[in-house]
Design a protein around this ligand. Structure first.
Ligand code: NAP
Ligand code: ZN
Length: 351
């Protein structure tokens, strides 16, 4: 075992503490990664504050990991020491079931996908996984991604969750030239949704609570920017969009947004508030509309997304913080005060 410095939250209401955790010895197919940056996803906060009611403490969150390969096991073929790599929300799965064989490891039908944190790793003594708020991690090579050379590791880290979670539904539902796409909420996921939908060639509208981030929206690639606190927005944009991506972390009046879709239009929920959301069936029936969900993406699609972002010069807009600033950053994310992803510099753990 290898002792590693990490930041853990001891309970739902306690601040983070700097701790020592253990990483397993390298198995033949394992890769040891020196983590340089870890993004802060709102899912870390839902989990760590036990809003989803499934947290196992102490918890080391972090599923937006970018770093450099430090060592590889004897049978590793895909990576070598010095490679620039990432790890997202998944670190293992059964590998045998229909979904794993179809590159949809996130839907593993075997014993389930093993999450990067807060998950019991059935291939390794059912140990609870610890995530990326740490200085290194050991991951099977099949769950390691290659970061394009052109991309800084700091701006790459958030792509491992925010990037794939927006790329996958945009790709699946056909965002591209001639399509009108709206993104609700311009936070960590939302700002990547804007960049990626624009790069795919769609006409992009941001639906944010206020116009306070309008200038940024234009810089990220949005063609239009409207405030949802202004009811006129819902009148003006009725029947406009082919696709709406809802990235909001809180409960939303989905029925209001169904009215913004064209007939056969689709609203995809990636935002995952704890409370149930309500929809009146008539809002779906009128216009044959679809309310869909989307859960991250498989490993192959995550690599496709990284390569797409590399080709289009896309990375996250980041504010880099130290380990000691994690609590304050979580509060700022909840307050909507994030431009547009906090990224923890793990070198600061040595301070
Ligand atoms: P974030 O950075 O906090 O962004 C969420 C945005 O939603 C905010 O910037 C804000 O945008 C808007 N918002 C927040 N509270 C709101 C409220 N009460 N009413 C209306 N709008 C509000 O969070 P994130 O990291 O992007 O994550 C967003 C959600 O996606 C979370 O629920 C997270 O758990 C979930 N998620 C899901 C997946 C998946 O696989 N499906 C993966 C990752 C994350 P404006 O200020 O522009 O209005
Ligand atoms: Zn995430």
């Amino acid at each position: 075992m290898r002792t590693v410095t990490a930041y853990a939250t001891p309970s739902a209401k306690a601040p983070f503490e700097k701790v020592e955790i253990q990483r397993r010895d390298l198995g033949p197919k394992d890769v040891l990664i020196k983590i340089e940056f870890a993004g802060i996803c709102h899912s870390d906060i839902h989990t760590g504050r036990n809003e989803w009611g499934e947290a196992h403490f102490p918890l080391v969150p972090g599923h937006e990991i970018a770093g450099v390969v430090a060592a590889v096991g004897s049978d590793v073929t895909k990576y070598a020491a010095g490679d620039r790599v990432g790890v997202g929300c998944l670190v293992d799965s059964c590998g045998q079931c229909e979904n794993c064989r179809n590159d949809e490891e996130q839907f593993c039908l075997g014993d389930g996908a093993v999450g990067t944190y807060n998950s019991q790793d059935y291939h390794h003594d059912n140990a609870w996984t610890d995530g990326g708020y740490s200085q290194n991690i050991v991951v099977s090579e099949n769950f390691v991604l290659r970061v394009p050379d052109s991309m800084g590791l700091d701006v790459a880290a958030p792509l491992l969750c925010a990037g794939i979670t927006t790329y996958s539904p945009l790709h699946h539902w056909g965002a591209g030239p001639g399509k009108k796409v709206a993104v609700i909420g311009m936070g960590g996921l939302g700002h990547m949704g804007v960049k990626i939908a624009h790069a795919m060639g769609a006409e992009v509208t941001v639906l944010s609570r206020t116009l306070s981030k309008q200038d940024d929206g234009a810089k990220l690639g949005a063609d239009h920017y409207r405030a949802t606190e202004d009811r006129q927005t819902f009148t003006d944009l009725a029947g406009t969009f082919d696709l709406i991506l809802n990235t909001v972390s809180a409960n939303m009046p989905i029925g209001d947004y169904l009215g913004l879709l064209k007939a056969y239009g689709v609203i995809v929920n990636v935002g995952a508030p704890a409370e149930p959301m309500e929809v009146n069936a008539s809002g779906l029936i009128g216009g044959n509309k679809v309310w869909a969900g989307s859960n991250i993406g498989g490993i192959a699609e995550t690599q496709q997304m990284l390569d797409f972002c590399g080709e289009h010069g896309l990375g996250a807009e980041v504010e880099t913080i130290s380990g000691a600033q994690i609590d304050a950053a979580w509060d700022r994310v909840v307050d909507g005060d994030v431009r547009y992803r906090f990224v923890i510099d793990t070198a600061t753990f040595d301070d």
